[in-house]
Design a protein around this ligand. Structure first.
Ligand code: FAD
Length: 384
């Protein structure tokens, strides 16, 4: 049996972020994934400025483009272009981003990666956890992190958390050579029930998709996606269309196990307003790593340390859920606010400054966000 300080199931943004920090602190880490990297992950690949700020290294080599502007629409009707003086989002291709981050992580000492066919069982003892894979290999560790995404097996096998709801998104790509005009970075709110359609231009193709925070109330389909791109881009076909759940509801995640912690989509950490998950995946991965490092150094409870470290992520997820509920309920009013000064401008400046929604709300209610807090220099290193 192989033995490690920490075994992490899942080598996506949350797992890689946790592994990177743990390895740097001298922990022996094993990352297990059921897919060999580079692997496809359904995602629009939008890495917001606040997410960019979390990486321990520059991800410039895998950034296709950055954007200072955001077109916001209401249905497929009216649109408004909002802009600011620094990037609000970097556009990446997830296959490339995840491969890059995993490579950076595996360059650290003490981290290894193994391909597994899936997990058969998880056994928690007083001082250790043993994970048995579907092909009967055993991995023993002091702590196990479930970073295995929205369908998390670690979550299901341990019963650590049952999310009350997941969001869903459907995405595909259109090569530039099929388009007459290249669209700007766009969110068309209300194109689907309690959600939006997006267009993310990425140097040689546009990633297009539909998001709903309430898949229990509405099904989003390939037909709807085709209709959306036909209206906005004048084309009939979308390549590689793929749908996947987005793990939300993490504001209700109460860790109880002393040795198994969930991070990222496994813990429901994506926010419900836009379905952005990379930021909170990294942040929760780093929070778990920080908790284990603190527990080791001070010989204290990792569970208590993780509860504390994950709180800000949960708090922001809760705020996003509250805003999402109102935003989509009164969409015409929300859109009117967002597309007009000063709300749109303040939101854009907040995004460019790398603020979370909670921080943006705080600044907005005191009317503090002004262009001066945006520091373009902080992002120039990512733009190539
Ligand atoms: C269509 C779509 C578009 C999106 N667009 C964006 C966007 O533009 N920006 C953004 O911030 N967020 C976006 N998201 C959300 C984002 O993709 C997720 O929140 C993010 O990937 C979560 O990261 P993670 O590390 O928690 O999990 P994942 O990225 O899902 O990684 C989980 C890893 O675990 C592995 N795994 C799963 N099960 C097992 C198992 N049983 N055994 C071993 N390994 C396993 C998987 O192979 C995978 O490598 C989008 C989501 C979807 C579905």
């Amino acid at each position: 049996m192989s033995s490690y300080d920490v075994v992490i199931v899942g080598g996506g943004p949350s797992g890689a972020a946790a592994a990177y920090d743990l390895a740097e602190a001298g922990f022996r880490v094993m990352i297990l994934d059921k897919k060999e990297f580079p692997r496809f992950k359904p995602c629009a690949g939008g890495v917001t400025t606040k997410a960019l700020h979390l990486f321990r290294y520059s991800i410039a080599p895998v950034i296709r483009s950055t954007t200072n502007t955001m077109v916001v629409g209401h249905g497929t009707g009216k649109q408004k272009t909002l802009s600011t003086n620094a990037p609000i989002c970097a556009l990446t291709v997830r296959t490339e981003l995840d491969q890059f981050c995993l490579e950076k992580t595996l360059q650290q000492q003490n981290v290894t990666f193994e391909l597994i066919p899936g997990i058969k069982s998880i056994h928690q003892e007083k001082d250790t956890v043993t994970l048995i894979t579907k092909d009967d290999r055993s991995f023993e560790c002091r702590y196990l992190l479930g970073a295995d995404g929205a369908h998390s097996q670690v979550r299901k096998l341990t019963g650590e958390f049952t999310p009350d709801r997941t969001a869903v998104a459907l995405e595909g790509i259109i090569p530039y050579d099929r388009l007459k005009n290249i669209p700007e970075f766009t969110f068309d709110f209300g194109v689907v029930h309690k959600g939006y359609g997006w267009l993310f231009p990425k140097h040689d193709h546009v990633n297009v998709g539909l998001y709903t925070r309430r898949p229990d109330e509405v099904k989003i389909s390939k037909v709807q996606l085709n209709q959306y791109v036909q209206t906005r881009l004048g084309v009939d076909t979308v390549d590689h269309v793929c749908g996947f759940p987005i793990g939300t509801g993490g504001e209700h995640y109460q860790p109880t196990s002393k040795r198994v912690f969930l991070v990222g989509d496994a813990a429901g950490m994506s926010e419900a307003l836009l379905g952005e998950g990379i930021h909170n995946a990294i942040k929760s991965g780093q929070a778990a790593a920080g908790a284990l490092i603190t527990a080791k150094r001070s010989n204290s409870s990792a569970l208590e340390a993780y509860k504390e470290a994950i709180y800000p992520v949960k708090h922001d997820a809760l705020n996003c859920r509250k805003v999402a509920r109102i935003f989509y309920k009164v969409l015409p009013v929300s859109y009117a606010f967002l597309s007009h000064y000063p709300v749109g401008t303040m939101a854009m400046n907040g995004f460019a400054a790398g603020l979370t929604l909670t921080e943006c709300k705080h600044h907005m209610t005191s009317f503090k966000i002004d262009p001066k807090i945006v520091e373009p220099s902080s992002l120039t290193e990512y733009h190539h």
